[in-house]
Write a protein that binds this ligand. Structure first.
Ligand code: CMP
Length: 131
């Protein structure tokens, strides 16, 4: 999911290009937004964290671009492509190093397991039964 900071800065195209050039097939993609309540549901796992309130405000502050991606070893390879959560710690050439503004406004989210990729894909693309 490309986050509001990167969408707002006009980086959707550049980030999508990097994703495709890294060998990912974009199976589904749309520009949409989350209400604060929906953002809270998406990040429910972080409910007890001190940054949860700020995170849900930020994630509902503007448009986002969720995608379903396909590739062998997709979860691990995508996390390498996007880089560390904190852009200050992200490796050179990663999406977060290039485009993230801060640890919160960090340009992009990637699922952390195949299981969560299915859950998060269904969260945005419930109409797609198989991907
Ligand atoms: P993401 O990979 O989408 O997963 C949870 C998000 O919470 C993370 O990216 C950041 O946007 C945000 N986040 C994680 N850790 C922190 C933190 N320490 N302070 C503020 N925001 C954080």
């Amino acid at each position: 999911m490309i986050k509001p900071d990167a969408v707002g800065a006009g980086n959707t195209g550049a980030i999508t290009k990097m994703i495709e050039e890294a060998g990912f097939k974009i199976v589904a993609m749309k520009k949409t937004y989350m209400s604060k309540e929906r953002a809270g549901q998406f990040y429910a796992v972080h409910k007890e964290r001190p940054f949860y309130e700020d995170l849900t405000n930020y994630m509902s502050s503007g448009p986002i671009v969720p995608m379903i991606l396909e590739k062998d070893n997709a979860v691990e390879d995508f996390r390498k492509l996007i880089g560390a959560t904190n852009p200050k710690e992200a490796a050179e050439g990663t999406i977060r190093k290039l485009f993230a503004e801060s640890i919160e406004a960090n340009a992009i989210h990637g699922s952390d397991s195949d299981e969560n990729a299915t859950i998060e894909g269904n969260f945005f693309f419930a109409e797609i039964e198989k991907f």
